[in-house]
Write a protein that binds this ligand. Sequence first.
Ligand code: SAH
Length: 277
Amino acid sequence: MAEDPATRSQRVSTFYDLMGTFLDAVYGDNLHYGYWTDEHDQATMPQAQERLNDEIAARLGVGAGDRVLDIGCGTGGPTRRIAHRTGAEADGISLSGRQVDRANELAAEEGLDRRVRFTRADATDLPFPDDSFDAALALEVLVHVPDKTAALIEAHRVLRPGGRLVLAELTLTRPMGPEQQRIWSGMPMSTPPTAEAYTGQVRDAGFEIIEVLDASEHVRRSHRATREAVAQQREQLSGSYGPRVLRQVSNAVLDLQSVAESCLGYVLLTARRSGRD
Ligand code: SAH
C-alpha cells in the first residue's frame, strides 16, 4: 500500500534529524554528490560538491536583486554558495527542523542572514504566495517525495512566469531487484523515474524544458568518495552514537549508496515556467 504523504514527511524529518550528526560529518554542508568534469579532474569530494552547486547556480539565470527558492535545502550549503555566487536573495525549505536551525546559524556566521532565510516546510505545500521567486532548485530532494507532480506544481506556482527550475536528481537506469527495493523502501526513499519520465513530469507540470543533461558519469566518483568518508567517520563518531547505532547508521548510508551505484544515474534538468519574462 502506498504510504500517505504525512507519514512520509514525518519519516523524512526523523531520518534527517537522527542522522544529522553522521551526515554532517560525511558530507559537510553539502548533502549531495560531487561533479567531476572528466577522468583527469583531480577535485576532492568537497570541491566537486561545490562544483555541482556552481553548475546549478549557472543554470538558474539569476543575479543581484533576484529571489531563489532552494526546495529541500539540507543545512543550506548549496543555498549559501548560490547566494554568494549570484548575489541573489534565497529562501531554503526543509522538513527537518534540525537542518533549518543549523542552516540559519551557518548563514548568520557567514553574514548572509539578511539575504538568506531557512524555514521548515513541505515541498508539496509551500508557504509562499504565487509568483514569489525568479528561480528554484531541488538538489537530491525529489528522491524522497512520492508525489513528484505535487512538488513540481508547487514549484511552478511560486515561480514567476519565465522563472527557471533546476533539478539535480537521481534517475532510474536499471530496474531495482527485490533486495534493492527492500533497502530503498526501508528508508524514506521513492524509486526514481527514468530521466525521460522525469522530463515528462516536469513538462506536464507546466514547464518548458531548456536542457536535460545526463550527468551520471560526472557524479560517479561520489560513490567511492562516500564509502571512504563513511569509513573515516566511523572511528570519529563512535562517541556521538555508540557502536551499535553507529553501525546501523553507517550501514544505512552504505546500503543506499550501493543501490544507487548499481541502478541509478543522475540528471541535471533545467526548465522554465512558461509565460512572459
Ligand atoms: N539539497 C540539499 C539537501 C539534500 S538532502 C543539499 O544538497 O545539501 C534531502 C533534503 O530534502 C533534506 O533537507 C530533506 O529534509 C528534504 N526533503 C525531502 N522531502 C521533502 C519535502 N517533502 N519537503 C521539503 N523538503 C524535503
